[in-house]
Ligand binder design. Structure first.
Ligand code: GLN
Length: 296
């Protein structure tokens, strides 16, 4: 192993391209599947250039300070710290969001939740009132605020709201979003709303231990842990949302890929929703359950 390390070090000729190959190899040996992509993102972001610029100028020579700075990024990733925590940001809905270890890094599949909210709201006359339960980095509220200019959003979050506020400011939607600090299982939701959306914690407690190291060691457990069977939040949200929604108001929830039938059952047990739908993400997994409240 040592010999191999030395060989790899010698193969670094000072160019950014050889550094990229070296980093990618290190990631591969650390068991990171997206090794090449991660190396490109971390290096380009560290040098404050685009990935295209990185690839079109492979001959760029790294100075000592740059090399040290990049090496420290590479070491962090080898320990399986998420790329988003190292760069401090994550793209979602083609927008850039600040993230840190206190909030769940937004996942690409959560964009399906946005698509379904926009579809559900098509027929509702503005101004629309929306509630976002457990806003985290604020992505759902902020994207909806940008997409629907005539809407007012209440965003509840139990932990720190600094990141969500920072993102709202960055995307110039602070006047549309009212951030409220508190546990949504305890505080008043201040309804009624036309739509309630949430990506609640939904991993069964014991499965948290077998998640990827990036999730298990670095992401906030309170944003992931959905109790013994992962369904605690759905059992609370579904009946409560009915009381906090307008007639024909929509409840749109992200779910784990194997939870559709259990969550559908929770909706059905409540007997107060209609038009129940399960929607798949782009990998073909069940990802969103939505329904609208009955008229009477
Ligand atoms: N999709 C996340 C994961 O699998 C979980 C998000 C959540 O619990 N809401 O890591």
């Amino acid at each position: 192993m040592l010999l191999e390390e030395t060989k790899l070090d010698l193969s670094r000729d000072g160019t950014v391209y050889s550094f990229l190959n070296w980093a990618s190899q290190k990631f591969l040996r650390a068991g990171i599947t997206s090794h090449r992509l991660d190396a490109e993102i971390l290096i380009a972001d560290g040098l404050k250039i685009s990935r295209t610029e990185l690839m079109t100028h492979p001959e760029r020579i790294l100075n000592r300070a740059e090399e040290q700075m990049l090496c420290s990024r590479i070491e962090r990733r080898v320990l399986r710290e998420p790329v988003s925590h190292i760069t401090g940001n994550q793209e979602f809905w083609s927008l850039d969001f600040a993230v840190n270890e206190k909030v769940l890094t937004p996942r690409p599949e959560t964009e399906i939740l946005i698509e379904q909210c926009l579809k559900a709201l098509e027929k509702i006359s503005t101004p629309v009132r929306i509630l976002d339960l457990g806003t985290g980095s604020g992505v759902l509220s902020i994207v909806l605020a940008k997409e629907i200019s005539q809407c007012q959003i209440t965003a509840l979050e139990n932990s720190a709201l600094e990141i969500a506020r920072k993102n709202a400011l960055h995307h110039a939607v602070t006047d549309q979003i009212c951030f409220v600090s508190g546990d949504f299982m305890q505080i008043d939701w201040q309804g009624p709303y036309h739509l309630i959306v949430s990506n609640p914690p939904y991993i069964a407690s014991e499965n948290l231990l077998t998640c990827m190291p990036e999730v298990r060691q670095y992401e906030p457990p309170q944003a992931l842990d959905g109790g013994e069977d992962g369904l605690d939040y759905y059992r609370y949200i579904v009946p409560m949302a009915w009381e906090q929604l307008e007639k024909n108001g929509w409840l749109v929830l992200e779910i784990g890929h194997n939870q559709a039938s259990a969550v559908v059952e929770i909706f059905e047990d409540c007997s107060r929703y209609q038009d129940l739908q399960v929607v798949q993400d782009y990998s073909g997994y069940d990802r969103v359950v939505l329904a609208r409240t009955m008229n009477g």
